[in-house]
Ligand binder design. Sequence first.
Ligand code: DQA
Length: 146
Amino acid sequence: MRLLLINGPNLNLLGQRETSIYGSSSLESIELELTKKAEERTVELDCFQNNFEGALVDRIHQAIGNVDGILINAGAYTHTSIALRDALLGTQIPYVEIHLSNIYAREEFRHHSFISDRAIGVVSGFGVMSYQLAFEGLIAYLHKPE
Ligand code: DQA
């Protein structure tokens, strides 16, 4: 099984950025922890972060034919990007939406997501653990018999 973890804009600043909301873990440590978990499960995990919408769209396109599932924290593009939605739907690869913070407990503009209605699931509000829960959920979904 091959999974792809995508992180969008400003998530490269995790650990320094608004730590009262996003916590003190760096993206590197999140990726490392998830990679270890993946190795234990003999799952291949690729990690990708970019601040540009088009680069995220391109990476999603590259997943066609070689990725079984996507974990995505699209950052602020969650609330703005039809292009990202179209890319995810275009690949037909199952995906789980991730947020460190509980987007529904924050500003109203964060309450809408362009990607959640077609996601396998959404994990929001558990900090770093959101990534781990999403990872477990996606693997369970992919292992489920048809
Ligand atoms: C975020 C929530 C978004 O609203 C915000 O723009 C982010 C991070 C989260 O992980 O909680 O950049 O996706």
